[in-house]
Design a binder for this molecule. Structure first.
Ligand code: DC
Length: 221
């Protein structure tokens, strides 16, 4: 088994990245780092300060005064915003929408780059996001680019919401995912694209266990 290596998993919203990365990290006894949670923490901070719609300048000034960091607990990352663990309140649709919008702003990506890179450099990390294989960990031992068709992803998101007791509409969720995909793929800075050396994994019809097995077979010794 690899020592000090890292695995980068990139893919669109609701493609199952985080569940897969968590399962893989558990199997390897590595740390799972969910990078979307960092963008969501920035979004939460802006929403709290009523700055979600502010100009880039104002927004960048606000972020400079915030402290966002990772705290490792039980093989996974918790996200601290000004010292407070906000991990469990980051999954709402409002925060997701704001995170998607502000993730296109250069000062946000620059601010979060260092947090991700320094954790990744420690090794024994499975990191999931949009630009991990292309920007954050270009030297990762293994890079996976996840694909799942948009209807499958919408159904997964709907079931996630239902499990939390939140009502959702399949059509609206699918439209929202398509809009997020478009934004993530077409932004000029760190767009969601498959790194040339990443392996494509279509998990539309695979369980998490199948995907973990598939990836473990590809890990270099
Ligand atoms: O994976 P997620 O839904 O938690 O991510 C929230 C938003 O953060 C997503 O719309 C795009 C952005 N993001 C990003 O730009 N780069 C990453 N590495 C992770 C997330």
């Amino acid at each position: 088994m690899l020592n000090k290596g890292s695995i980068a998993i990139d893919g669109p919203s609701a493609s199952g990245k985080s569940s897969l990365a968590r399962a893989l990290a558990n199997k390897l006894q590595w740390v799972h780092a969910d990078t979307g949670a960092l963008y969501r923490a920035v979004a939460l901070s802006l929403i709290k300060a009523s700055l979600a719609e502010a100009t880039d300048n104002i927004l960048c000034k606000h972020i400079k005064d915030q402290t966002i960091s990772y705290n490792i607990r039980d093989n996974s990352t918790r996200v601290l915003l000004n010292g407070e663990d906000v991990t469990d309140i980051l999954r709402s649709e409002e925060i997701g929408r704001t995170a998607s919008r502000i993730s296109q702003i250069p000062c946000v990506r620059e601010y979060l780059f260092h947090i991700q890179r320094s954790l990744g450099e420690k090794g024994e990390v499975v990191m999931d996001g949009r630009d991990i294989g292309t920007v954050i960990l270009p030297d990762a031992s293994l890079k996976i680019f996840l694909h799942a068709d948009v209807r499958t992803r919408a159904l997964r998101r709907l079931s996630e919401l239902e499990q939390q007791g939140i009502p959702g509409n399949l059509r609206d969720i699918q439209n929202d995912l398509e809009e997020r995909d478009r934004r993530d793929r077409t932004r000029s800075l760190a767009p969601l694209i498959q790194a040339p050396d990443a392996l494509l994994l279509d998990n539309s019809h695979m369980t998490i266990e199948d995907s973990v097995k598939w990836i473990l077979q590809k890990l270099p010794n």
